[in-house]
Design a protein around this ligand. Structure first.
Ligand code: F6P
Length: 431
């Protein structure tokens, strides 16, 4: 991979930094925050104070900044094993500079007021677009700022990186849950439930659904069917496969992606609402599929929607995922102090067996708004399972456990103090 071009030189005096979490949170996004914060603290000659946006970029626009220096080293260490967005995350799309100059001018007003010279934006697809736009305002509006994207998304759909921090832990949770629930349904199938449907996240890309396939150690083991967004839903073929599985094994376990679609592109389950980025809010495909089966084949079913449980499941996080989440946060700061600009630390796989990886910068312009789907060669010819190549790709990403400390039988997660930075501007900004 070509090295991203250096466009900034190291600053002569320390400037403050801004860090924000963006989009759907994960079990390990706070590990990236810990990577950013602990590394920034090692570069006092470059980085003065580190501020975090309360609720992501919204915190920058409304001048609602959190003073990260008020958080103890123990709390920051604890972020490594605490799920969700400790500083608050947001789905807030910055439009283009031409469409909404006011938002960019406001950002600069806030950055200038707080002498912010570094911008670290921790998010997925849409967020890398925001990071890319912010990286351009320095030139367009004459405000020097070093901008680095920090990758995160359970959907695993960012390009140019082998995987996305957050995905490995969701993948592990889904593979574990599928294997466990399959044992349950198999126990009672003769006299009771024959169908178990697990709905998983992933919107437009079926990576999480694919991870359900890791539950099977050999052919015929659950899940018997995976429904991917990448493969148009073929109802007759699906029903035939369900029937065949129940007749031969006594039961059928199905992992369905929330993004599963009909051949005309309509989602099997669309909640009817849209988020700030214009994405349809999904959810409910599990019961839709289960009902279809009962109507047509009459089998008793159970279904579950993994929903937030899957992306908050830090108790069963993948050790590899935690390490990568921390590493991209650390690398982001190292790039910034070395003068890199408008790049994202990407995870590069150098070997699958044994699994080896390194971090390299890729340009934000090449990452913004590109979605990486599950390639056809990772899906079996019938469209209902994962291939050996997919298994080889996925398996290392769920490897190892990194348990949080437990107190009284529960994970002992940390909470930040969240001390507000004193406001300097007289003006308010409505978002
Ligand atoms: O950001 C990824 C994601 O977890 C998707 O898989 C899911 O569709 C979406 O976020 C849910 O977002 P929200 O929590 O904003 O409804």
């Amino acid at each position: 991979m070509k090295k991203a071009k250096r466009t900034r030189t190291a600053t002569l005096r320390p400037r403050n930094a801004f860090y924000a979490q963006s989009g759907g949170v994960t079990a390990v996004i706070n590990a990236s925050a810990a990577g950013v914060i602990e590394t920034a603290r090692r570069y006092p000659r470059h980085i003065g104070k580190l501020y975090a946006g309360r609720d992501g970029i919204v915190g920058a626009l409304t001048e609602d900044l959190i003073d990260v220096s008020a958080e103890s080293p123990a709390t920051i260490r604890g972020l490594r094993y605490t799920p969700a967005g400790a500083f608050g995350s947001a789905r807030f799309k910055l439009k283009g500079l031409e469409q909404n100059r006011a938002e960019y001018e406001r950002l600069i007003e806030v950055f200038r007021a707080h002498d912010i010279g570094y911008f670290f934006y921790n998010g997925g697809n849409d967020s890398m677009d925001t990071a890319h736009k912010v990286s351009q305002i320095g030139d367009a509006l004459g405000y020097p700022i070093t901008c680095i994207g920090v990758p995160k998304t359970v959907d695993n759909d960012l390009p140019l990186t082998d995987c996305c921090p957050g995905f490995g832990s969701v993948a592990k949770y889904i593979a574990v849950s599928t294997r466990e629930a399959a044992l349950d349904v198999a126990s009672m199938a003769r006299t009771s439930t024959k169908i178990f449907v697990l709905e998983v996240m992933g919107r437009h890309a079926g990576w999480i659904a694919a991870a359900g396939g890791l539950a099977a150690r050999r052919d015929g083991e659950a899940p018997q069917i995976i429904l991917f967004p990448e493969i148009a839903f073929d109802r007759p073929a699906f029903m035939a496969r369900v029937k065949q599985s129940v007749e031969s094994l006594g039961y059928c376990v199905i992992v369905v992606s929330e993004g599963a679609k009909y051949p005309d592109g309509k989602f099997l389950a669309e909640a009817g609402t849209r988020d700030a980025f214009g994405h349809a809010q999904l959810g409910g495909v599990g019961p839709v599929v289960a009902n279809m089966i009962r109507e047509e084949l009459g089998y008793k079913y159970h279904w579950a929607v993994a929903d937030y449980l899957q992306r908050a499941a830090r108790h069963i996080a993948s050790k590899v995922d935690v390490a990568q989440a921390y590493a991209v946060g650390k690398a982001a700061v190292e790039y910034a102090v070395k003068g890199q600009h408008s790049v994202m630390p990407a995870i590069i796989r150098t070997s699958s067996r044994p699994y080896k990886w390194k971090i390299e910068p890729v340009p934000l312009s090449a990452v913004a708004n590109v979605e990486k789907k599950v390639p056809r060669e990772f899906i079996t010819a019938d469209g209902f399972g994962i291939t050996a190549a997919c298994r080889r790709y996925l398996a290392p990403l769920i490897a190892g456990e990194d348990y949080p400390p437990y107190v009284d039988g529960l994970p002992d997660y940390v909470r930040i103090k969240g001390k507000a930075v004193r406001r300097k501007l007289k003006t308010d900004f409505k978002v």
